[in-house]
Design a protein around this ligand. Structure first.
Ligand code: NAD
Ligand code: IPM
Ligand code: MN
Length: 347
């Protein structure tokens, strides 16, 4: 079992290092870890944020553990050379269309949230975010209009097959949980969303046991703060899922806690925290590695079928939090390494 480890930029290497320690601590003989360059550091080394050899390493692996990419000193580059293209390119090239972003309050740790505890207590939701389409991958540009004004434009679209396959992911996830699926769109304004909604309703006929609801994204943002406990599985497009998942992280307590799996058909997947390279705290040993450690747990579960080890990691993280091991993002003072130690010693 080969895992590609792409640490990337900013806090990426710091948090990935701790997740790798956790994997190594499990003592799985059959695990081989192979590193690769992505993001701004890859651009500086190889002239491209996703060099061909990295893509090859990804393809030869059973799963990818990803840190983060993003480096403000690269923001002047042409878009195709920017660090973010590494993660976008991997998602697209490897057909990783289904992004699972679970958000669950750790039992007994309701005080971590910025919401009122009684509001946060019920949070146990899963955002199923489409990852290969939407305004992210449409044509785009900045052009000059005939009257001389500059205009930025990005084409938003979803083809029906793209909606259908993520709808199936949403319904399948709902079948494995409490059989409630909320599809989030903006069908009152966007044609892309109207088609999205029509197709989700068509697919729902194949899942008569699942209770399907629809919500506009602006209301969903509000409801996530008002009453997050009402949600179980949310299925949504690429852009709305990006925004709502950062918001869901704060309902739980911190963006440093939320893990994700980006899946293709089958067991192959990329696993990463939902946060970015956090340039404001990079290199200081302050980043919370728990989201990356929990992503490694998702990797073991989804790609390698190692449910027992995944649960061990999740329990160790919950145990460390319960014992008061908290990073600055949670109002605590534990550093990256210290948090890694606390998880490792509980395995
Ligand atoms: P960010 O997620 O990097 O940081 C947002 C805020 O959260 C910052 O204040 C940061 O310090 C804090 N934070 C994030 N992760 C943390 C952690 N583990 N522990 C403690 N605090 C944490 O988002 P941003 O600042 O908007 O973006 C920074 C860069 O990261 C940009 O270049 C962006 O494009 C990139 N980015 C990459 C990914 C990815 O690699 N998948 C995801 C999001 C953003
Ligand atoms: C994420 C990030 C990425 C996204 C960026 C870095 C391209 O915000 O993984 O959530 O928008 O998908
Ligand atoms: Mn994001």
């Amino acid at each position: 079992m080969r895992i590609a480890v792409f640490a990337g930029d900013g806090i990426g290497p710091e948090v990935t290092e701790q997740a790798v320690r956790v994997l190594e601590k499990l003592g799985l003989d059959s695990l081989e870890l192979v590193e690769g360059d992505v993001g701004g550091m890859a651009y500086r080394k190889h002239g491209h944020p996703l060099p061909p050899q990295t893509l090859e390493t990804a393809r030869s692996a059973d799963a990818i553990l990803f840190g983060a990419v993003g480096d403000f000193s690269c923001d002047h580059l042409e878009r195709h050379l920017r660090p973010e293209q590494a993660i976008l390119g991997l998602r697209k090239e490897l057909g990783l269309f289904a992004n699972l972003r679970p958000a669950r309050v750790f039992p007994g740790l309701e005080e971590l949230t910025t919401l009122r505890e009684e509001v946060a207590r019920e949070i146990d939701l899963l955002i199923v975010r489409e990852l290969n389409g939407d305004v992210y991958f449409g044509e785009k540009g900045i052009r000059t209009l005939p009257d001389g004004r500059r205009q930025g434009w990005d084409m938003m679209s979803y083809a029906e097959d793209e909606v259908r396959r993520i709808a199936h992911s949403g319904f399948t996830a709902a079948m494995g949980r409490s059989k409630k699926l909320c599809s989030v769109d903006k069908a009152n304004v966007l044609e892309t969303s109207q088609l999205w909604r029509d197709v989700v309703i068509e697919v729902s006929k194949e899942y008569p046991e699942v209770e399907l609801s629809h919500m506009y994204v602006d209301n969903a943002a509000m409801q996530l703060v008002k009453n997050p406990g009402q949600f179980d599985v949310i299925v949504t497009g690429n852009l709305f899922g990006d925004i709502l998942s950062d918001q869901a992280s704060m309902c739980v307590g911190s963006i440093g806690l939320l893990a994700s799996a980006s899946l293709a058909e089958g067991t192959y997947g990329l696993y990463e925290p939902i946060h970015g390279s956090a340039p404001d705290i990079a290199g200081k040993g302050l980043a919370n590695p728990m989201a990356t450690i929990l992503s490694a747990a998702m990797l073991l579960r989804h790609s390698l079928g190692l449910e027992e080890q995944a649960v061990r990691i999740e329990n160790a993280v919950a145990g460390a939090l319960s014992a008061g091991v908290k990073g600055g993002d949670l109002g605590g003072s534990a550093g990256t390494r210290q948090i890694g130690d606390a998880v490792v010693e509980r395995l």
